[in-house]
Design a protein around this ligand. Structure first.
Ligand code: SF4
Ligand code: MG
Length: 336
């Protein structure tokens, strides 16, 4: 069967001082039905821009899809009218964010906000919507759901608010849920519970999930497939098992070393030296990771690596692998 979502050569730009700079540069990937795909990278790598592109929630007048296609169930949704996109959003594709407090309205009850989503997309009575919202809250593990439904967001803990957001996001049984750093603001125990909840919901609802995170540890917990992004491009893509057993890209190696360990205090966390290049200063040729890469070679500054298949269902874009060298630039053998 065809993939649920196909992103094809996506280019998304941001306007800065009157000029467009690409924050996502020719990214292609598929999301198959009932799969969880992790998109991982540091902040500034284009992960969130990619999800906002899919949802068409780029800041108007500033962010713009400049090329490529986004096909959802075979239809190119990157050029849908606002009206059609509004119908799709929240119903077939929905999204949850890092900080639920910013997406929940403080002045309305939890129940009112969930019911609004349902009534927006479905022709049912308020009473039916209320019953559904109580059962949704139960399904995301909220105790005393019939009481919580009448409470306000500030009355709940961060973990409970994220559960409410998930209930709201799945209210109309979407086929695709995009979760952007859904557990980053939560403590480790609650984080594990939310990931488990997402996995459970994915299975019972037969959904696909795109999980965006800076933490490869989160990917290991629940994802089937993983896409490592760096500076607006895909650095590596593989199944989770393959990636963890045979990481190829030096950036992936560094992300692995940066996975938080349960028994380490925050100060001791490994971080990666240097910064992701800003979109206005992106190197035009060569590898975008070269200035931070412990394995960089002179060619990395002049030859642009391409995503190449290094194993079955495993692609990487790094000149350490012949498969990543563009045609006409193949490496010369040492001493030749
Ligand atoms: Fe490092 Fe070069 Fe590979 Fe880029 S292409 S990741 S700089 S070795
Ligand atoms: Mg982000």
């Amino acid at each position: 069967t065809a993939p649920l979502l196909q992103v094809k050569n996506l280019q998304t730009g941001f306007k800065i001082d009157g000029e467009f700079y690409n924050a996502v540069e020719g990214v292609s990937f598929d999301v198959n039905r009932k799969k969880i795909v992790g998109i991982v990278g540091e902040s500034g790598c284009g992960k969130s821009v990619m999800s906002l592109s899919i949802m068409q929630l780029l800041p108007p007048g500033i962010g713009k899809i400049r090329g490529g296609e986004i096909e959802f169930e075979g239809e190119n949704i990157s050029k849908l009218s606002d009206k059609k996109m509004n119908k799709l959003r929240g119903k077939d594709i929905s999204m949850i964010f890092q900080e639920p407090m910013t997406s929940l309205n403080p002045v309305f009850t939890i129940g009112y906000q969930i019911e609004e989503v349902i009534l927006n997309h479905e022709n049912i009575t308020k009473k039916e919507a209320r019953l559904r919202s109580v059962s949704l809250l139960k399904s995301v593990g909220i105790p005393r759901a019939d009481k919580i439904v009448n409470e306000y967001p500030h009355q709940l803990s961060g973990g409970m608010r994220q559960r409410v957001m998930i209930a709201m996001a799945i209210a109309c049984q979407p086929k695709l849920l995009i979760a952007d750093e859904p557990t980053t603001a939560l403590d480790v125990t609650v984080q594990a519970q939310i990931l488990e909840l997402l996995k459970g919901i994915q299975e019972t609802n037969d959904m696909s999930i795109i999980l965006i995170t800076h933490d490869l540890g989160v990917v290991a917990e629940i994802c089937d497939e993983v896409i490592v992004m760096y500076a607006g491009k895909i650095a590596e893509r593989a199944s989770v098992d393959e990636l963890f057993n045979h990481p190829k890209h030096p950036y992936t190696d560094l992300l692995m070393k940066a996975i938080p360990k349960m028994d380490e205090d925050v100060e001791k966390l490994a971080t990666i030296d240097g910064l992701v290049p800003s979109i206005i200063n992106m190197p035009q040729v060569g590898c975008r990771f070269a200035n931070r890469c412990p394995k960089a070679m002179p060619e990395c500054l002049t030859v642009t690596p391409q995503l190449g298949a290094v194993a079955r269902d495993h692609e990487t874009a790094c000149l350490l692998y012949e498969e990543s060298w563009p045609e006409g630039h193949k490496p010369q053998k040492e001493g030749a």
